[in-house]
Structure formats: structure tokens, C-alpha cells
Design a protein around this ligand. Structure first.
Ligand SMILES: Nc1ncnc2c1ncn2[C@@H]1O[C@H](COP(=O)(O)OP(=O)(O)OP(=O)(O)O)[C@@H](O)[C@H]1O
Ligand SMILES: [Mg+2]
Length: 284
């Protein structure tokens, strides 16, 4: 890690308390966390393919594998990095050396297996994460953080690095109750006012919009933010259940490259379009 990187003033504390988001305003890239309440709902699939779709639209994109401990973006993209963020944190490599090119034309920063030991996130590691984010944002238009699932301190910390949040959920009740818990944590602990919803493995068109409005009704009744304004969910898109997704994952290929015309690829392209035109920020 370069000593030249500036120190941020609003560093999270060593106590592990999740903090308000680090603002990306004026610093370059939009930083968007892709997170979920329940695991296995499609965050990594969405992050990787959304990155490819945004790249195709001319955006400079980096995906940061922020799923510390259970990182698997490298598996999905069939990457075999020699240098990871872990080597940057231990001072064995520079940040530039750890940024690699993915098949879809975007950049990737992988956490590396050594991050498991950092999964309790000492304050020094948190600081290093903040430095990394600050160092990369001037060079990109969009930085996607592929986070872990749930509302542990580690997950909430990686989400706190983002200025915008996308929650991935499937229509299953367990996924939706966990999504609700995650959204509530983001409203209460991070004072978020806007969250984007992506409903993955949707059975029918329109499912995601209905699910988002049901969740919104529950939030309106039971969750009030400090500002008194209700948390607003924005429906960003639905991705249908598509056998081509599993096939692409099995072949360790990007869906968008392998089957660009399949239903899920078209839905990801639409999601990229929507993200480009929608800022998930208060007053946006
Ligand atoms: N739209 C879809 N259609 C069919 N299968 C899907 C779809 N989206 C995801 N899957 C399947 O779900 C699996 C899990 O997806 P993924 O690894 O992206 O989830 P995740 O949320 O990142 O999981 P984790 O919480 O473990 O990080 C994929 O390997 C794929 O087989
Ligand atoms: Mg994942």
C-alpha cells in the first residue's frame, strides 16, 4: 500500500460499529455495493455480468470482491490471480499490480484467500480498505462491490464503503425476509434513504415491482429513519430464472459473453441501462 494515499477522516471504528457511508461525491466513480440478506441469491453473478454490461456501454468499471472470507468472483470469472488485495495489505504488492482485467473488459480487484484472517476487520484493515477505495475511484466511472450476504459487521462495513446500494433478492419468502432485515439495518445503522432492488430468478415479469412495493409498505409501517423520511426502495430490474445462468457458471464464463441473447442477459443489459440513468442517492 502506497504511503502517498491520503488518510480519511471518517474511518470506521475498531469496535466494529458500521458507519455512515463514505461519500464518493466529487471523487470519481459511483461506488455501488451489490449485497443481499440471504446468501446464494445471485450477487456475484449480477456483479460480474452487470460490470460487463456497463463496460459495453462505455463505462470504466472495476469490481471489487468485497465478500471477505468467502470470495468467489475469481471462480465465476475463471481468473487465477497471482496478486490479490491481501498482498497489497501486507505490503508485498502495489495496488496497481493487484488490479487485473476480466474477460468482459472490466477491471477486478480480488480479496484473496488471506483475507479470511481479516474477516474480523481490525481498524487497520478497515483503514486500508478506505484507502484502496479512495485510490481507485478517480480511475473508474463505476466501482461495484460484490459483498457477502447478511448483516454482520463485516458485510455492513463493506456496504458502508459504497455511496449506493443494490439489494439482490429472489422471490422466495426466506430471501425477502432477509432482504427486509438488511434494508432495515441499512436504514437504521447507515442512515440510508435509498436502496435499489434487483429481483433475481423472478418467475414472471412484474414480480419484482410487486415485491418491491410490498417491502416498501412494510418499511413505511415499521421503519422510520432519523430524518423522519421513510427509506425509499427503487425497483431497478428483474432477472428471470434462466438455465443459461447455471450453464455459464459451470463453464466459468460470463453469461453476457456466452449467451448474450438469452433472457437473463437481456435483463442484465436493461439493469445496466437503468443504473446508468438512476442515482440511488437521497435527493437524486
Ligand atoms: N437468474 C438466474 N437463473 C438461474 N440460476 C441462477 C440465476 N442467478 C443465480 N443463479 C444460480 O445461483 C447460483 C448462486 O449465484 P451467486 O454465486 O451469484 O450468488 P451469491 O449471492 O453471490 O452467493 P454468496 O452469498 O454465496 O456470495 C449461481 O451459481 C447460479 O447457478
Ligand atoms: Mg457471491
Amino acid at each position: 500500500m502506497s504511503d502517498a494515499l491520503p488518510t480519511l477522516s471518517n474511518n470506521p471504528t475498531a469496535s466494529g460499529a458500521p458507519t455512515a457511508p463514505v461519500s464518493a461525491a466529487g471523487s470519481g466513480a459511483r461506488i455501488i455495493a451489490v449485497t443481499s440478506g440471504k446468501g446464494g441469491v445471485g450477487k456475484t453473478f449480477v456483479s460480474a455480468n452487470l460490470a460487463a454490461a456497463l463496460t459495453r456501454r462505455g463505462q470504466r468499471v472495476l469490481v471489487l470482491d468485497a465478500d471477505l472470507g468467502l470470495a468467489n468472483l475469481d471462480v465465476v470469472l475463471n481468473l487465477h490471480p497471482k496478486i490479490t488485495l491481501h498482498d497489497v495489505f501486507t505490503g508485498e504488492a502495489s495496488l496497481q499490480d493487484a488490479i487485473i482485467q476480466a474477460p468482459g473488459g472490466f477491471s477486478v480487484l480480488l480479496a484473496g484467500l488471506g483475507m479470511v484472517e481479516h474477516s474480523c476487520l481490525a481498524s487497520e484493515v478497515r483503514n486500508q480498505f478506505l484507502h484502496v477505495i479512495q485510490a481507485i475511484t478517480p480511475n473508474y466511472d463505476v466501482v461495484l462491490l460484490d459483498t457477502g450476504a447478511g448483516i454482520s459487521d463485516v458485510v455492513l462495513f463493506s456496504v458502508s464503503l459504497a455511496s449506493e446500494v443494490l439489494i439482490v433478492a429472489t422471490p422466495e419468502p426466506t430471501s425477502l425476509t432477509d432482504a427486509y432485515a438488511a434494508i432495515k439495518a441499512l436504514a437504521m445503522q447507515q442512515k440510508r434513504q435509498h436502496v435499489g432492488m434487483v429481483i433475481n430468478q423472478a418467475a414472471r415479469p412484474g414480480d419484482g415491482r410487486a415485491i418491491t412495493s410490498q417491502l416498501q409498505q412494510v418499511l413505511d409501517r415499521f421503519v422510520s429513519t432519523d430524518s423522519g423520511r421513510a427509506m425509499r426502495l427503487m425497483h431497478m430490474g428483474d432477472i428471470p430464472a434462466d438455465p443459461a445462468v447455471r450453464d455459464a457458471v459451470m463453464r466459468r464464463q460470463l453469461l453476457l459473453l456466452q449467451t448474450p441473447g438469452c433472457a437473463a442477459s437481456l435483463a442484465i443489459a436493461q439493469l445496466a441501462n437503468k443504473i446508468e440513468s438512476t442515482l440511488l442517492l437521497p435527493n437524486a
